[in-house]
Design a binder for this molecule. Structure first.
Ligand SMILES: NC(=O)c1ccc[n+]([C@@H]2O[C@H](COP(=O)([O-])OP(=O)(O)OC[C@H]3O[C@@H](n4cnc5c(N)ncnc54)[C@H](O)[C@@H]3O)[C@@H](O)[C@H]2O)c1
Ligand SMILES: *[C@@H]1O[C@H](CO)[C@@H](O)[C@H](O)[C@H]1NC(C)=O
Length: 431
C-alpha cells in the first residue's frame, strides 16, 4: 500500500531518554576534546548530509512509498495527475470522504468515465480504518489519489485549489451514524458543521468557483409522519444530533448560495447499502453476527410496529450523485463576490419502497443460508426514526434519477462482496 505513516520517518519522541541526558552530555564533550576526533565528527556530518540529500532525491524520484508526505513536489504531482481530465468537457472533481463508502464508489465512477478526481479523507476511526485503507488501495489502483487530511484544514484545501482549478466539489465527508452522537456529539459539529463551513469558504474564494454537490440525509425529515417524504415537507423536527447537523448544513449551504453565488445541490440519501458498505449499519453488522452465530438485536417501534427503511442500493445513489454533477449550473460568483443568482437544489435520493427490518433480516438469512438468532426489543429513544420513505419524483424529473435495484438483489451483491472480503470465518475466534 502506498502509504507509510509520516511518523515513521520522524525521530522518536524527544524526552524519551531524559534521565540519561546528563551522562550523555558529558560523554559528548569528551568526544570533542581532541581535534582529531573533531575532524572525524566533521567527516561524519558531511557523510550524513550527503546521504540525506541522496535519500531526498530518491524520495522525489517517484518512490510510491513516500507519496503520503503532504505538500512536497511529488505530492503536488500526484494531485495534478489524479485531477487530469480524460474526456471532452470532462470535470475535475474534489471528492471529500473519498475513502468512505459512498465517496469511494462515486470516485471510481467519475474516474471511469474520464473525469479527474482528487480524494480527501481524514481516515478517522469511527469504524475500522482498515476498510478505508482497502478502499483507498482500490482507488489508487485506478489512479485516484486520496489526500490524507481534514476538511477543517483550510490551508491544505486552499493549496489544493491552487494546484487544481476544480470544476466541481462532491462533498461526502461527514460524521455519519445516528446513535454515535450520544457518545461523541462534538465529532458531528466538527465534521458536519465546522468542516462544511471551512470547505464552503475555500469554494467561495476559489477562482473559478466550483459547483458543489453534497450529502444531506433523509434523517432531516425527523419525526414527520406524512409519507412519502417530499422535499417540500417540514424538516424542523430532527430526532438526532446527526439530523440536526445535516439540517444545519442545508441552511448553511443556502446562505453561501445566496451571498456568494455558489451553485449548490444537497442530496438527501435514504439508507444506502451495498458492497464496501459501512460496518456500523444494521445490514452490515447483522451479516457479521449471523455468520459468527451471535444474536442480533432488532428494534421495534411503539406498539411493536416493525421499523422500516427505504433501503437504496449504492449504484443507484452513485447515478444520482453523477447526474447532480452533470446538471449543476456554474457558480456565479468570483473572488468571494456574487454576480448573479445561482442554482440551489435539494433532492431525495431513495428507492421508494420501504422494507421492514425483519424482512431485511429474512433476505440476509436466505443469502447467507444461516438462521439468525433474533432479539426483538423496543427501540430506545436514541435518534432512530420508525420509518423512512422517499418521494423521488423531483429527482426523477430533474436528474433523470431512476433506482433499479431492489433490496433482494442488492443484498445478494453485498453478501457476495462481504464473503469475498472477510470470508466466512471473519472474527469467529476473537471475542
Ligand atoms: N450511507 C448512508 O446510508 C447515508 C445516508 C444519508 C446520508 N449519508 C451521508 O453521505 C455521506 C457519505 O456517507 P458514507 O455512508 O459513505 O459514510 P462514511 O463514513 O463511509 O464516509 C465518510 C468519510 O468521510 C471521512 N471524514 C469524516 N470526517 C471527516 C473530516 N472532518 N475530514 C475529512 N474526512 C472526513 C471519513 O473518514 C469517511 O471515510 C455522509 O455525508 C453521510 O452523512 C449517508
Ligand atoms: C411528490 O413530490 C412532488 C414534488 O416533487 C409532489 O408534487 C407530489 O405531490 C409528491 N407526491 C406525494 C405522493 O406526496
Amino acid at each position: 500500500m502506498p502509504s507509510i505513516s509520516e511518523e515513521l520517518l520522524l525521530p522518536s519522541t524527544p524526552g524519551k531518554f531524559k534521565d540519561k541526558s546528563h551522562a550523555m552530555h558529558r560523554q559528548f564533550y569528551r568526544c570533542f576534546a581532541s581535534t582529531s576526533t573533531m575532524f572525524l565528527w566533521a567527516l561524519f556530518l558531511v557523510a550524513l548530509t550527503a546521504s540525506y540529500l541522496s535519500f531526498q532525491s530518491f524520495v522525489d524520484s517517484g518512490n510510491k512509498y513516500f507519496s503520503a508526505a503532504r505538500g512536497g513536489v511529488h505530492w503536488e504531482k500526484q494531485v495534478k495527475t489524479s485531477a487530469r481530465v480524460h474526456r471532452r468537457n470532462g470535470f475535475s472533481v474534489l471528492v471529500t470522504g473519498a475513502a468512505g463508502f459512498v465517496g469511494s464508489h462515486v470516485s471510481l465512477s467519475l474516474k471511469k468515465r474520464g473525469d479527474g478526481v482528487v480524494g480527501l479523507d481524514n481516515f478517522n476511526n469511527y469504524y475500522d480504518p482498515a476498510l478505508k485503507k482497502a478502499r483507498k488501495k482500490l482507488l489508487n489502483s485506478q489512479n485516484i489519489f486520496i489526500v490524507e487530511g481534514d476538511v477543517n484544514d483550510a490551508r491544505m484545501i486552499a493549496r489544493l485549489f491552487e494546484i487544481v482549478p476544480f470544476t466541481h466539489v462532491m462533498h461526502l465527508a461527514a460524521q455519519a451514524g445516528v446513535r454515535y452522537a450520544i457518545e461523541n456529539p462534538h465529532s458531528y459539529v466538527h465534521s458536519n458543521i465546522a468542516g462544511l463551513v471551512t470547505l464552503l469558504e475555500a469554494c467561495k474564494n476559489a477562482d473559478p468557483q466550483p459547483a458543489i454537490v453534497w450529502a444531506s440525509s433523509s434523517s432531516v425529515y425527523g419525526l414527520n409522519e406524512k409519507a412519502p417524504f417530499s422535499e417540500s415537507d417540514r424538516t424542523d423536527q430532527p430526532a438526532s444530533l446527526y439530523a440536526a447537523t445535516k439540517k444545519a448544513g442545508e441552511e448553511i449551504t443556502h446562505t453561501y448560495n445566496h451571498i456568494y453565488g455558489l451553485s449548490i445541490t444537497g442530496l438527501r440519501f435514504f439508507t444506502v447499502y451495498g458492497p464496501w458498505g459501512r460496518p456500523d449499519m444494521a445490514y452490515f453488522s447483522f451479516t457479521r453476527n449471523i455468520l459468527q452465530g451471535k444474536p442480533i438485536t432488532i428494534y421495534r417501534g411503539k406498539n411493536r410496529v416493525d421499523l422500516a427503511r427505504d433501503f437504496t442500493y449504492i449504484d443507484d445513489i452513485v447515478k444520482g450523485c453523477v447526474a447532480s454533477l452533470d446538471t449543476a449550473k456554474k457558480s456565479t460568483g468570483s473572488g468571494g463576490k456574487k454576480r448573479a443568482a445561482a442554482q440551489y437544489r435539494i433532492y431525495n435520493l431513495g428507492n421508494t419502497s420501504p422494507v421492514t427490518v425483519p424482512m431485511m433480516v429474512g433476505i440476509l438469512e436466505r443469502h447467507l443460508q444461516v438462521k439468525a438468532k433474533k432479539n426483538a426489543i423496543t427501540m430506545p429513544g436514541n435518534g432512530d426514526v420508525p420509518f423512512t420513505h422517499a418521494n423521488i419524483s423531483l429527482a426523477r424529473r430533474e436528474l433523470g434519477y431512476r433506482p433499479t435495484t431492489d433490496l433482494q438483489t442488492g443484498l445478494k451483491k453485498f453478501v457476495k462482496w462481504y464473503l469475498s472480503y472477510y470470508g466466512y470465518n471473519h472474527g469467529k475466534s476473537s471475542s
